[in-house]
Design a protein. Structure first.
Length: 290
């Protein structure tokens, strides 16, 4: 059983963490958004040290940041982000607090960071755990190729009377079939063991819509926000390897439990010729907790 008590951030500690990250100590009381929905975006940004030639981080960073900015996310989940990429995104969103850590501890390794608009939300609790049988630094779960992590937060919405929303951002392993299935089961069990509340699970799950990991999450009470909004869509491929196109499987997801209403959902098809924000399509949803 996981003991995440050491990672809990109660409101006063969360405020100190926010200040340490450069947020104003007295943030604006209201977000500039006027609709009641919460915009959530999941973005695999492709790790910045990869030798991608014309698609290397320095050549696409501005394009990627503009794509995220155009989505106006209240809550942003990053996958495959190194610290300098997290910093670059945070600079574009000075009112967002960064939650999480690198998978190798502290600022080391890839993050599954959450960026949360502090003008709208109070962070009630947050933490990061390993997608493995034991929550231990460096642990590789099951048949995974790499250490995989999930970052979570429980947020109180200032614009909705303090209503609480739980968000989990994860990146499942790209090789281990068992690891992906067990990671899905782990997240479903972990959420079920906590107090019931509206919950969002998002990220690059490296698993298609009709796959054992998605079946496990559906069995845990989660449904795909995109399919709620667009049940008949056929062009849904979210990994394209810098080749473009819309074919293939949707492996990036925003999933919600019964406590969350789906207002809208989308796949971001942004591209400019042979330029792309990332090798993944970003996926988002506008949600309203019940």
């Amino acid at each position: 059983m996981y003991d995440l008590r050491s990672r809990l951030i109660v409101p006063c500690v969360a405020l100190l963490a926010a200040c340490a990250l450069g947020l104003a100590q007295d943030p604006e009381p209201e977000s500039p958004r006027t609709d009641a929905g919460i915009r959530v975006l999941s973005a695999n940004v492709r790790y910045g040290s990869a030798k991608d030639g014309d698609h290397a981080w320095k050549k696409r960073a501005d394009f990627m940041l503009a794509s995220i900015r155009d989505a106006h996310p209240d809550i942003l989940g990053l996958q495959e982000a190194l610290e300098f990429q997290v910093d670059a995104v945070r600079a574009e969103f000075p009112h967002h607090v960064v939650l999480g850590e690198g998978r190798d501890g502290g600022d080391k390794g890839e993050w599954t960071a959450l960026l949360v608009d502090a003008r709208r939300f109070t962070v009630r609790a947050t933490g990061t755990f390993r997608l493995a049988p034991v929550d231990r630094l460096g642990e590789v779960g099951w048949d995974a190729a790499l250490t995989r992590i999930a970052t979570w937060a429980e947020l109180a919405d200032r614009e909705d009377g303090g209503r609480t929303l739980r968000v989990v951002n994860a990146h499942f392993d790209h090789r281990g079939k068992q690891a992906r299935l067990e990671s899905a089961r782990l997240i479903a069990r972990w959420a079920a063991a906590r107090p019931s509340m509206p919950t969002v699970v998002m990220g690059d799950l490296n698993a298609g819509e009709e796959s054992p990991p998605l079946d496990a999450l559906r069995s845990g009470g989660y449904r795909d926000a995109f399919r709620v909004a667009h049940p008949d869509a056929t062009e849904v491929g979210t990994f394209h390897g810098f080749k473009g196109g819309r074919a293939g499987r949707k492996i990036d997801h925003v999933l919600v439990n019964d406590g969350v209403e789906v207002i809208d959902a989308w796949i971001d098809w942004t591209e400019d010729g042979d330029r792309y924000p990332s090798d993944h399509r970003f996926v988002g949803a506008t949600l309203r907790p019940h």
